[in-house]
Design a protein around this ligand. Sequence first.
Ligand SMILES: [Zn+2]
Length: 243
Amino acid sequence: MFRVRIRPITPRKSIRKPAAVAAAAVSDIRQRKPLFMSEKLFRETLEPYLPSGTAHIIAKWIEDLELRIVLWNHRKTKYGDFRPARNRGERNAISINTSLNPYSFLLTIVHELAHAAVYAKYGRAVKPHGEEWKQEYRTGMLVFIGRNIFPDALEREVAAHLKNPKASANADVALEKELKKYDDKPDDGLVYIDDLQKGDTFLLPSKGVFIKGDKRRTRHHCTEKSTGRKFLISGIARVKKVK
Ligand SMILES: [Zn+2]
């Protein structure tokens, strides 16, 4: 019997404080007072994290939507989010992790800006990732297509992804893989299960040793070597090939 027991790409819950730099330069989420920033200040704050030639566009959207930005160093649980203001006079806020590579940062911030735009038009009357959101997100992202902002291979994946955007870039395996190439990570010797051959043996860190079986949509039937039990494991799980 197959059981879905392992979801290695699901991040663990962790409670972290926002980056100190963000608290000083942009906003402090503990602060209930509204904090109004100029478009110029938004641009200067976000410029280091975005692909070149994009910060002024993003800064204008943020100012047009009258948002507040909260920067986090890194959160395992999410890349970013959108939160409507809780109090009168406060701005709606988007948060984003500065640990993202510039392309992931751009996709994430446009994702959250699309939430803010949908909220401004419809409030809570529509689904978070429904047609209205898809429309805003697609329109927002298309501004950056065909302008030499993305490397060619990545732009192809972004364009394909925009045909039917998913709630998370994570859900789009081809795009996620292409984006990962720009992550500033040391080579850990790990590979995607997708890139192994059927029958290969691999170690899934902290889970065990498995043998790769047939692919089913985005996941693979894998057999745990020691017990013979079957699992479905995501093709973008990072594993170590075992001889
Ligand atoms: Zn979302």
